[in-house]
Design a protein around this ligand. Sequence first.
Ligand code: CAA
Ligand code: NAI
Length: 702
Amino acid sequence: MGKSVPTHFQCDDDVAVLEIDHPPVNALSHEVRTTLAAGLDRAAQDPAVKAVVISGAGGSFPAGADINEIASGASFTPPILLDVLAQIEAFAKPIVAAIEGVALGGGFELALTCHARLAAPQARVGLPEVKLGLIPGAGGTQRFTRLAGPQAALQAITTGEALPAERALALGLIDALAADTRAAAIAHARRLASEGMPVLASQREDKIAQVDPTLFESWRTANAHRYRGQLAPWRIVDAIEAACTRTPRAAFELERQYYLECRDSPQREALMHVFHAERAARKIPGIGADVTPLPIRRAAIVGAGTMGAGIAMCFASAGLPVILLDVSDAALARGVAHIRELYAQAVARGRVTREQAEAALERIGTSVDYGSLGDVDIAIEAVFEDPVLKREVFERLDRSTPSHAILASNTSTLDIDRLAAATRRPQQVVGTHFFSPAHVMKLMENVRGERSSPQALATVMALARQLGKIAVLAGNCDGFIGNRMLQYYGAQAERLLEEGATPEQVDAVIERFGFAMGPLAMRDLAGNDVGWAIRRNRTLPPDERWSPILERMVAEGRLGRKSGHGFYRYEGGKRRHSPETLALIESVSRELGIERRVVGDEEILARLLHPLVNEGAKILAEGIALRSGDIDVVYIHGYGFPAYKGGPMYWAEREGLDAVIATLERLAPTHGRRWRPAERLIEAARAGSWSECGAAAALTSN
Ligand code: CAA
Ligand code: NAI
């Protein structure tokens, strides 16, 4: 079978169109670079060609360098992207980029190097390298800054967010929008050929001529916490600063140097693991392309509390009408007021426009009557975590929603099969576990009940994408993947307090490690009463015990942020030391006869992270998670584990699984049987990685 050439050379009269055709995303692989360079050569040599247009087949410009080549080193095989871009810079005829879909990473760097850029109104452009632990390495930071100025560059490149075409136009990154992008690009190229070439981005000076010299230091100070521990965001700032302060040659060279530094860093490897893990998580063995998800056009959310309100926002923001149901008008009014406040905050932070927020609010209806659910395709239950109440709600949903509708629960820990048994459609019952705050957190932990049908599962996996979430499928057990692991992490945090650590110390260690929030600050956020209620339903093995600290906190009304006082005092939203809580902890230590000691930071980290890994191994062995990468995705997007450390299972692999086993064995005699290294962990250590051992290998090779 003949191999197709990934760059087509076509001529539209005197304009050569080089179309990159390399599914799925036209990544700039070695073959693409080679054929693009050859196409440019041919256009340069052909006297009949007066100008060139570069476009992408399938409605998309390249979505970047080929990620697999970056990992393998093949991106360094000539011609490298920089060679092709140098060829464009030196080209004697105008070259115009026609961006019909996305132009990302190296793809956008290619576009930025061209003499002009035209984009479709729905196109999105950006430099997402930071999400892979990289900085743009082919002049992206330089050309972006020269076209749009350092302020816009700092914002866009350190976050890696893709910009809508209209915004890119306003910033000067794109020259014009055109619905028929390719035809417009051809006409534009022809015009440039007759009227003269515009100044290349690399030579533009106007946007960097008068830069406030304090800009970069202010940015560094303002973002010190957000990007702590990371490499790429800081190197991006350095590169943008260099664009404004150094000669072009020196600045381009620095960018390349920073790129190589990031490329060789463990953070880049970890983030690429996450990229692949997120995509692998979408693939469910046994659910192929032949299973069509049910289209979701309208949803109901039952319970307008913290979670229900946030989940309703997810649907409304994604353009889907949603009806919020609760027991009273007062509860609904509270829920809607909460939603309004969250949208107002989003508008104030520039995350959405006022018009978008208003349109979303209009998509949210309310009702106290189950009779109003006659036309929904899915109902998501988010009432109190009470098994009897939830069963009752499922019975009512079964009677009042159309027979095709999916019934889902947002339960944190309860048995999905028992909820399914309350209905006449157990095959359409699943878990859809969102994370708080639901309108922000990216994870949707979907739960497979014993009788959940492939279509029901395919539907909630597809729904996650529709809502802009990242989905992981979990098996049905107490706490599923995330909360099952979390309980031991949370329990250890309190045991460390009993032994002599302070809430500040425990949280600082975990936050320094890179978590968004330490375990005790997280408890205060979720509500200590909520943590306590969940714990009361659980039993522990005989050689373990819960610390009484949490129960005492609840008894004294220290519920966390919502009561202004928990492990910390809250003043104006800021956490402050609580002498009362420290006194409570010390009195618990006294009552238990524990002599408080100085607990080292290293011990804190070991005692919090190892139970996560050991329980993760058990979850894998039981098939609750399909792959170790799924567990990583859950922890990163649901619990704030630092993505640049790859998730707990990846972290353990990098630490060395043998070393993890040794630590568990050292701690097991003091802390109980649960600390004995799990079978799957021992197997993985023998095999050298999670994916090489047992069922995980069987699943991932499917
Ligand atoms: N290289 C190689 N493969 C890629 C890729 C890339 N840059 N981008 C996506 N893919 C693959 C995915 O792994 C996936 O493969 P499987 O089907 O085997 O799982 C497939 O293409 C489809 O991708 P998605 O499932 O993500 O498709 P989507 O429609 O949801 O999203 C997208 C498309 C917006 C382009 C998204 O894939 C994306 O954001 N890709 C990454 C873009 C990126 O980070 N580019 C920068 C690369 S680094 C760089 O460019 C550095 C440099 O300059 C030197
Ligand atoms: P919440 O207490 O804020 O809200 C519960 C809502 O359900 C209240 O508005 C209540 O009036 C309503 N309700 C009670 N009975 C009802 C009924 N019969 N019909 C309709 N509505 C009814 O609770 P929250 O925190 O939103 O939790 C809801 C669910 O989400 C629980 O299962 C919880 O375990 C789960 N969850 C909670 C998370 C959190 O961080 N709070 C995170 C993830 C899941």
